[in-house]
Design a binder for this molecule. Sequence first.
Ligand code: GAL
Ligand code: CA
Length: 352
Amino acid sequence: MKKKKGMILSLTVASSILLAAGCSSSTGGSSDAGKEKEGLPAVGATIYKFDDNFMSYVRRAMEDTAKGKVNLMLNDSQNDQAKQIEQIDTLIAKGAKSLAINLVDPKAAQTVVDKAKTKNIPVIFFNKEPDESVLKGYDKAYYVGTTSSESGVIQGELIAKAWEANKDKWDKNGDGKIQYVLLKGEPGHPDAEARTKFAVDTIKEKGIQVEELALDTAMWDATKATEKMDAWISKYNDTIEFVIANNDGMALGAIASLEKAGYFSGDKFMPVVGVDAIPEALEMIEKDKMVGTVLNDAKNQGKATIELATNAANGKDVLEGTEWKLDDKKAVRVPYVEITKENIQVGKDAYK
Ligand code: GAL
Ligand code: CA
């Protein structure tokens, strides 16, 4: 009986999230009035924008983990930092006992901490890592995410291995170097910066020479990536030998562009790699349109975020009863995993 009531309530929450996401009101989407539900403590949360492929999976894991444990008040910050700050003010006013914040701009972390600190409210930042000094400056501030550089290293290793095995075909001009184009995520985002640097550095460390034909941001976005790739194909045409994308969304956008230009039919091929291992990218790997990707474990990051925020809201040690560990920066770091056709099931399991 009790369970049923919980389910009806969470359906109400889900439908109000949908309603809120649909209407772009000036304050952005807020999933609920924030009243204490069945005695559950309130956790106030923001996602930088709901319209981000990877974050939609993190969000789902957060909602699943929150069910029956906390009253999750989840906001779509619509990629607007000022809007997010207003949402945080509202969440605090509504009685949030802890905050789970996916910043729009990583530089806004101190402002968020300043607000939480005055009310002694714990803050779990997730996905966009704030500066170390911000976490150090507030004993109730934590981070849940990854080690950004690790995804770049793994992607670089994947590229080097695939290149070594296929260079007879892939080194089109036979100069021994990889002529690549790189689709970067949001500039200033720790993941985008680290993936860009460490992917290329790792290829070089493996003894493979590279030549950058083009590098530009497509803001993690498939449509923007298609536009960039269209322009690069018309400018560089067949001299491009590799497409490196900071995430799968942009890799998929590049593939759409490559398909228009006749790639992936007959023997016209282009190696493409990404990061995240979202289901659409795994499909591309299975169809041999993507060489591989790097699993960014949305499910465990969403789960860890809510588990820490739940403990914090209940006044407990954030790690109590969880499988997570904090490093010396007060961060929980979920590992990245290389994904190719051989271990594709690992990616599928993480996103099911
Ligand atoms: C990254 C992810 C990207 C994008 C970004 C948003 O970790 O790989 O696809 O979702 O976070 O901050
Ligand atoms: Ca070459």
